[in-house]
Design a protein around this ligand. Sequence first.
Ligand SMILES: Cc1cc2nc3c(=O)[nH]c(=O)nc-3n(C[C@H](O)[C@H](O)[C@H](O)COP(=O)(O)OP(=O)(O)OC[C@H]3O[C@@H](n4cnc5c(N)ncnc54)[C@H](O)[C@@H]3O)c2cc1C
Length: 340
Amino acid sequence: MDTILLLTPTEADGSLPRAALEALSAARSAGGEIVAGLFGARTGPAAAQLGAAGVTRVLAAEAEPLAQARYGTDAAACTALARAAGATVIVAPALSRVARVAAGVAQRLGGRIDTHVTQLSAEGGLSASRWYYRQRIEAKLQRAERPWILLVDPGAFPPVAAAGGGTPKVEPVAVELGAELQRSKVTGVRSPTSGEQTIRPDAKLLFVAGAGWTKKQADGQPHADRAGELILGFLRASGASLGTSKSLTDQAGEGQKVLEFMTHLNQVGQTGSTPRHPRGLATCCHGEEPHVVGWRFIRERRAVNLDAGCGWARGKADVLYVADAFAVMAKVNELLGGKK
Ligand SMILES: Cc1cc2nc3c(=O)[nH]c(=O)nc-3n(C[C@H](O)[C@H](O)[C@H](O)COP(=O)(O)OP(=O)(O)OC[C@H]3O[C@@H](n4cnc5c(N)ncnc54)[C@H](O)[C@@H]3O)c2cc1C
């Protein structure tokens, strides 16, 4: 039977990232003994969370240089934890910090790695599922080589809840973190957007704004400024994440009046992202296949469109409101404002 290591960094306050609790769900479906491996400047709160979730053995690489994400120190910590655990399978959340070092760690361990894992199964030997070709083909993989590192996509598994477990046995793991590994320093964070953050992977709702928001409306005029107010007003009041269509993203390149807070990072679809929010609401978006293919993992879908024959009406949305999105969102914002 495999020894499964749940490998994760801790947050600045020493707690577990949400994606690590999801990776723990994944590790449980792999059907072996689970050991947790933590690295960061503080690990105590994360160990307590793991204990409450029923994990009995925790290895901790706790050191000040691990406070910041850095290839040299993170790769050294991950390799040391994997060796200390004697892990044959390593399950880790696909956080950018982990994804950056995981392939190098596999190389150091003489193992193999697979990424974008969305399912694990112990039946007939361990197998991992992932999607290829923009989420169109699902493959089930098995490997004979060990250790096998599996990076689990955030949002694919439910997070494990605390189940009244006990205090785990915490074993410190020493890691050589010499000055040569600490030459890179994080001096600040620069976000790709100059405005406010609109991409919120943990939001319950994906709000998609399509190109219709910038098109001529019933009075023969476009109302992009009003569109911007309504969209940002809704995002602020609801905490939703903002997605968009390729047409709206591309307009910036064609010199048209655009919504300034939109970037290509918001684009959902075949040549964009495939977000995993439980619910989605599309507005002023036609619902064409290259866009909707990015909604594969959105479980409840609704759309607002003036056109009763738009793509959403053809089995792509659970509910289509045939209505003016300017009027609908003004009313929704008013109702949300009233709740506060
Ligand atoms: C190779 C390839 C890859 C592609 N990849 C992607 C991708 O990754 N993502 C993506 O999104 N697209 C992608 N596309 C483009 C895609 O096919 C569509 O062209 C695009 O999604 C259309 O964007 P839209 O629905 O916002 O705009 P439009 O097609 O212009 O639709 C605007 C909609 O707004 C509605 N509307 C206007 N005013 C209002 C109002 N007041 N109230 C309510 N509704 C209103 C209209 O009825 C219309 O349905 C790709 C295309 C190709 C060929």
